[in-house]
Design a binder for this molecule. Sequence first.
Ligand code: DC
Length: 234
Amino acid sequence: MEDPEVTEALVIAIDGPSGSGKSTVSKAVARQLGLAYLDTGAMYRVAAVWLERHGALDRPELMPGLIDTMPLELSLDPDDQFFRLEGEDISALIRSTTVSTYVSKVSTCLGARAVLVARQQAVVAAEQQPGGWSGGRGIVAEGRDITTVVAPEAAVRVLLTASERARLARRALEVHGAADAAALAATADQVVRRDRDDSTVAQFMEAPAGVTVVDSSALTIEQTVQAVLDLVPG
Ligand code: DC
C-alpha cells in the first residue's frame, strides 16, 4: 500500500446494535484507510469459549482472572481476520449459534468487561505506535462501548444504527440465507433479546455527546462507508 503522509495515528470508533452493519462497514473503512481493524465483539465471543471450556460460564467471580490469562492471538488485518485460542483457530466456532447464545453471560459480567476493555485499550494504544500492525497509522475499533468506554478519545466516533426491521432482515439473510417470515422469527430472539440484555450494561442505542449517528436503514454498504469516511478530519 502506498504511504501517504501520515502524521498522526487515526482512531475510528464505531458502536451500534446487532445487524447495524458495524462489522462490514468497519472493515471496509479500515481497508480504505490502511488501518488495523479490531472486532471487540469477537473478543467477547472468544472469552465465552474460553470460560465455557473452564466450566466458568456461570461463575462470574472466576471470569476476570481467567480472561486475564486467556491465550488469545488475534488478527488486526481487515482482509484476514482470525482468532486463535491456545493456538487453535476458533474463528468459525465463535460465530456459531451456541456461542451467540451464551456470549451474553460474559458481556453482562462487569468484571469480565473490565478485563476485556483493558485488553482492547492495549490494542488501540499499540496501533498508534510504529510497531503495530498498521505501522502507527491507526485503527478502526468496533463494538458496543467503543465510543464511550474503550476509546472515548477517538478522533471519529460513530453510532451506526438501523431500524429494527432493517437489522432483523440483515441478520436473517446472514444467518439463514433468507429474510422470509420464518427466518425473521428465528433471528428475532438473537437480535432483540441480546440487544436488550447487553443494553443493561452498555449504552449503545443513543449517541452520547461527540458521537455522530449514521443511520444505515436506507443506505447501501458503500453509502454507509462513505458517510463514515466523510467524518475523518482533514
Ligand atoms: O457484536 P457481537 O455480536 O459479535 O458481540 C458479541 C457479544 O458481545 C454481544 O453480546 C455484544 C457484546 N459486546 C459488548 O458487550 N461490548 C463490545 N464492545 C462488543 C460486544
